[in-house]
Design a protein around this ligand. Structure first.
Ligand code: CP
Length: 306
C-alpha cells in the first residue's frame, strides 16, 4: 500500500492486516506505552482544506506516537488565499522534505491528484474528499465493530441518515461488504439516498423502525448541511421526528446492539442525547480507536516505498 485513497477495491486481507496492526497499537493509543520509533526522522504534513476536529487531531497524535515530526498547515493563513493552486502548494511543501501528506479537501478526488503528481518517496492519505471517501473513518469503524462483535459474517449493520452526501457511508459500505457482513442496511429519506444503492449489495429502507429491527450495529450519520441546497433542508425537529435515533427506536435493534457515529453529532437532529450518552453508545471509543488505526495506516504505508 503506497497511498490510502479509498476503501473501494481494497482487498479483505489488506483491511484485516490494517485492523490487526491497529490492535497492536491500542496500548500506545491509550497511553500505556508512550511512543514507538516507526516513523522516526519522517515528516507528516496535515493538509486540511476543510474543517476537522477528530480526524486532524488523531492523525497528529498518531504521527507523534510513531515518533514522526508533524506539521499542520494552517490553510486559512496559507497562500492558497492568494490563488496558489493545490498542486503548487503541494510541490512547495514537498520541497520542504515532506514524507507523507494527510489530505482533507471539499473536492472529491483531490488526494488522487496529489498522489499522481507527488515525488515517488511521498505517501498520500485521504482524510476525507468531498462526498467520495473517508477511508480511515471506514477502517476505524470496522475496528470498532470487530472489537465489540468479533465476527463480521454474522452481523446485520444499519447505516442511517444522509447517505447521499456522506463519504463515511460510502467507505463503510465498501468495508462492510468486503469483510463479509451478510446484511448491510441503509435507512433514510428518498431525498438523501443515492439511486442504485442495491448494486452495492445493501438493503434499502425508508422507514427507520422497519430498518432497525434486529440489527447488531447502528451507524448514525448527520445531515451534511454544508453540501445541500439550503431550500431543501428539513428542519431539525421534522428530521428528528422521522429519522432521529431515540431509546424507543433503538429498542427495536438487537438487545446488545452498539450505536456508532463518526461525529460531529447534531444532538436532537439525527440522535437524541439519551442514546448518544447511553450504555449502548461506543461513539467516544471510536475516536480512541481512530488513533490506533491511523498509526497502523501510517506505519504500513511508510514501510512501503514500492
Ligand atoms: N469523523 C470526522 O471526520 O470528524 P471530523 O470532521 O471532526 O474530522
Amino acid at each position: 500500500l503506497k497511498h490510502l485513497l479509498t476503501i473501494d477495491g481494497l482487498p479483505r486481507d489488506i483491511i484485516t492486516h490494517i485492523l490487526d496492526t491497529a490492535q497492536q497499537f491500542v496500548g500506545v493509543a491509550e497511553r500505556e506505552v508512550k511512543k514507538v520509533p516507526l516513523l522516526r526522522g519522517k515528516s507528516v504534513f496535515n493538509l486540511f482544506f476543510e474543517n476537522s476536529t477528530r480526524t486532524r487531531t488523531t492523525f497528529e497524535i498518531a504521527a507523534k506516537r510513531l515518533s514522526a515530526d508533524v506539521l499542520n498547515l494552517n490553510i486559512n493563513a496559507s497562500s492558497t488565499s492568494k490563488g496558489e493552486s493545490l498542486l503548487d502548494t503541494a510541490a512547495n511543501l514537498s520541497a520542504m522534505q515532506a514524507d507523507m501528506f494527510v489530505v482533507r479537501h471539499a473536492q472529491s478526488g483531490a488526494p488522487y491528484l496529489l498522489a499522481q503528481h507527488c515525488p515517488p518517496h511521498l505517501h498520500v492519505i485521504n482524510a476525507g474528499d468531498g462526498w467520495h471517501a473517508h477511508p480511515t473513518q471506514g477502517l476505524l469503524d470496522m475496528y470498532t465493530i470487530r472489537h465489540y462483535k468479533r465476527d463480521f459474517t454474522q452481523l446485520k449493520v444499519a447505516v442511517v441518515g444522509d447517505i447521499l452526501h456522506s463519504r463515511v457511508a460510502r467507505s463503510d459500505i465498501h468495508a462492510l461488504t468486503t469483510l463479509g457482513v451478510p446484511e448491510v442496511r441503509v435507512i433514510g429519506p428518498r431525498t438523501l439516498l443515492p439511486n442504485g444503492l442495491e448494486q452495492f449489495g445493501v438493503r434499502v429502507f425508508h422507514n427507520i423502525c422497519e430498518g432497525l429491527k434486529g440489527v447488531d450495529v447502528v451507524i448514525m450519520l448527520r445531515l451534511q448541511n454544508e453540501r445541500m441546497n439550503s431550500t431543501l433542508l428539513p428542519s431539525a425537529q421534522e428530521y428528528f421526528k422521522s429519522w432521529g435515533l431515540t431509546p424507543e427506536r433503538l429498542a427495536l435493534a438487537a438487545p446488545d446492539a452498539i450505536v456508532m457515529h463518526p461525529g460531529p453529532m447534531n444532538r436532537g437532529v439525527e440522535i437524541g442525547s439519551a442514546v448518544a450518552d447511553g450504555a449502548q453508545s461506543v461513539i467516544l471509543h471510536q475516536v480512541t480507536f481512530g488513533i490506533a488505526v491511523r498509526m497502523a495506516v501510517m506505519g504500513i504505508i511508510a514501510g512501503n516505498n514500492g
